[in-house]
Ligand binder design. Sequence first.
Ligand code: FAD
Length: 553
Amino acid sequence: MPRRARASGPDETDVIVIGGGPGGSTVGASLARSGLRVLLLERERFPRDHIGESLLPASMPLLDEIGALPAIERAGFLKKWGATMVWGSDSEPWAWFFRETNRRWPHSYQVSRPEFDQLLLENARDQGADVREGHQVVEVLFEGDRARGVRYRSDQGPEGIVHADFVVDASGQNAMLGRARGLRSWDPFFRNLAVYGYFAGARRLHGEQERNNILVESFPRGWSWAIPLHTGVASVGVVLDSEHAQRDMHGRDLREFFVERLQESPHTWDLVRDAELQPGISVIKDWSYSSEEVVGDGWILVGDAACFVDPLFSSGVHLAMSSAMLAAAYIRAMRHDPALGKAAAPVYKELYYTQYSHFHQMAKLFYASNRTPDSYFWEARRVLGSQEGYSPRHAFINAVAGQPPQGYERVVIEHGEAPEEFASSVQTLEGERAERKACAAGMGAAIADTVPVLAPGVQVSVKPVLEGSDFVWGYVIESEPRPGGIPCSPLVAELVKRFDGRRSHREAVADLRSTFGPDIDDRVDELATEALRLLYVDGTVESLALDGGALPA
Ligand SMILES: Cc1cc2nc3c(=O)[nH]c(=O)nc-3n(C[C@H](O)[C@H](O)[C@H](O)COP(=O)(O)OP(=O)(O)OC[C@H]3O[C@@H](n4cnc5c(N)ncnc54)[C@H](O)[C@@H]3O)c2cc1C
């Protein structure tokens, strides 16, 4: 075999990023902005095609933080204000809007991915990353268990080896490291497949606010999406049961099969019936998986390289970008304070999986909440949490971490036929919160004389927490529904540590004063009492006993 020529380029750098999708470009831009030497290797030359056009407003502050927002705002992408759905008990479309839950960012964008991904890649370059397109990573190199670099091949021929302190795998569904190290496990629930294409001249939804919405419509064999794009085409697809669809497609003309499925989805069909289906229909499957580990010695996974749930909530780009920001924070921590960095590794996994689990459980709830036409697709997905060993209440608490439901989950509850146990869990939780709020308010100043009793499993610990876009040491309150903990101020942490179920709140505050003396905030009484109210309302303080042991009315 002739030896390939070596490519010119650095042999040694700080961080290598594999892949220049939203995950790779975000981590690359963030680290380059902090002054690290970043080499980003992308297999394709951009613009390249990619599915996944509908964004969430939660990504907007991230775009801002990596300096990409002005270019995205200038690109002319359609503003997406919400979603229109045919799902649940209503057979007519119903819409909901981001402004109902997100005042700061009431819109996101419907983006043409080739253009969006290119803007993000250019941004990474502008921020100082060494971005090389047409460079495929063929192997991640390890020294023992430690990732030390990569071997790559350029589309111009030469091969090269680069060493680095960190390798970030942002290779999307290709999941280079996940596959090489056997980290991936497939999700048995979302065994779906998508067939999609692009229509020129598709109709738009009615109404000024709804014109740019994504339309998501369930039909007996699955569900469909239609996303209008500023380029004049609409991204349209159907999600079907993988096994059944593969059998049904066998030997069929794909275009014909796709159109037949769209005709079963009447509102979506209405948008595209007179439009022109462009050549090039694609099929994608096997996208639902997670990874046993997402961070190791010298390596970290971001975005689809780590896990992906389902396209239902348009959450993929957001998860890719937010995990990328966390990965950048982790790498900075490792470089500046290895002890902090080491402790941040499990926090990275916790934070990533909290977000992943949120979308995962909500997607399951959403699938289960659809009116169940007599069809294989919906019957197989009419899963209740209890079959998996956790109660619906527990699943719900995990999903919304004890917060009142909002956004998609609120929509499920209002419009879907959420499994009864879920709906009643939500009502019970909301009722409990309202009662506790009224009770705490009703006690007035007398709350200071109660004896706070912590919920089982509540404890204060010190671990890496995010401050802006960096990890710092901080306090968190851990509890059963939030094993990863909620960051809190030192004052609240010291207060909770003193809630031993015997002393009153007033005594706990007096103890704080004597421990910290003049260093303590002048308003400690006021702040501590307010904290107690909040801790009681959110259930961290399970009960407030009066001195004689009786509970307040
Ligand atoms: C049917 C469907 C519909 C979807 N719809 C939406 C949606 O509406 N909204 C949404 O937010 N998400 C959606 N998604 C998900 C979304 O597409 C992904 O979650 C998102 O693109 C993940 O970004 P990433 O950067 O992790 O990976 P990618 O965007 O896939 O980027 C990975 C990059 O790595 C490169 N690469 C791969 N291997 C190598 C290698 N060996 N060397 C160098 N480079 C390599 C690839 O060329 C690619 O550019 C959808 C997904 C599916 C399956």
